[in-house]
Design a protein around this ligand. Sequence first.
Ligand SMILES: C[S@@+](CC[C@H](N)C(=O)[O-])C[C@H]1O[C@@H](n2cnc3c(N)ncnc32)[C@H](O)[C@@H]1O
Ligand SMILES: [Zn+2]
Length: 276
Amino acid sequence: MLADVVGCLSCPHCGGGLALTGRVLRCAAGHSFDLARQGYVNLLTGRTVRGDTPAMVAARVAFLDGGHYAPITAALAAAARAVTAPGCILDLGAGTGHHLAAVLDALPGRAGLALDASPSAARAAARAHPRSGAVVCDAWRRLPVCDGTAAVVLDVFAPRQGAEIARVLHPAGVLVVVVPGTRHLAELVGTLNLITVDPAKQERLERTLGSPLQRLRSAELEFPMELDHAAVSALVGMGPSARHADAGVLHQRIAALPEPVTVTASIAVSTWRRTP
Ligand SMILES: C[S@@+](CC[C@H](N)C(=O)[O-])C[C@H]1O[C@@H](n2cnc3c(N)ncnc32)[C@H](O)[C@@H]1O
Ligand SMILES: [Zn+2]
């Protein structure tokens, strides 16, 4: 793990900084955490949280590798490029690290940190980019990140809480949030009986990010995706319906779709700064 990345991490027990010796991260109080063989570190303490399963992560790798969400990745990179604050690029609920890796490619001087509750996701994210580290943690609890060390926090279809994000952001840093719009995947939602994530309306985003953060701007992004049946399966497999749907029924419904099928991606990208 890179020194720049380790410099952003804090001990989940005492909040102190962590230093890397060999393959062990240690704070001044003596709490220690082994790097996993796959290059990530688990900084989750106490109860475990349910992140994405290995099958969901594999589906996410397959779908994102198809380039279908490239306009979303490009919007993230453009927003991150505009930030001049010092610090790392932190991706909260980073999944496979796909978006973070592209943002780091666009920002050659920056290091990145992928945070996710899922060990499978962290394994993938640890491999996603040479300038990125990956950490297992819970986005709903205190983040294992030092105060003010993130120039950019990315949050793409992932959990978010304003107070912790504001704490880890540099005073001149920016949070970039991607949430689905009401028309997101509209062509598939009814046909495949997908679980819809409550589209984060203006008020809901305002509520979850609260007074510690202020919205700078927000833009809607809508684009068509031409998906073959394998891509539709991957798209469904990486989302919440994967946990609940009957695989046989889903397979039949996907097989009955035209191929390729045109599916709308509809999202909102907003940027936020710490409330002065
Ligand atoms: C819909 S996926 C988005 C992944 C990635 N941002 C992307 O767009 O490809 C949501 C991610 O949040 C993670 N997650 C869910 N609950 C979490 C929590 N409490 N803390 C941290 N990550 C969590 C999941 O494991 C999953 O990787
Ligand atoms: Zn400690």
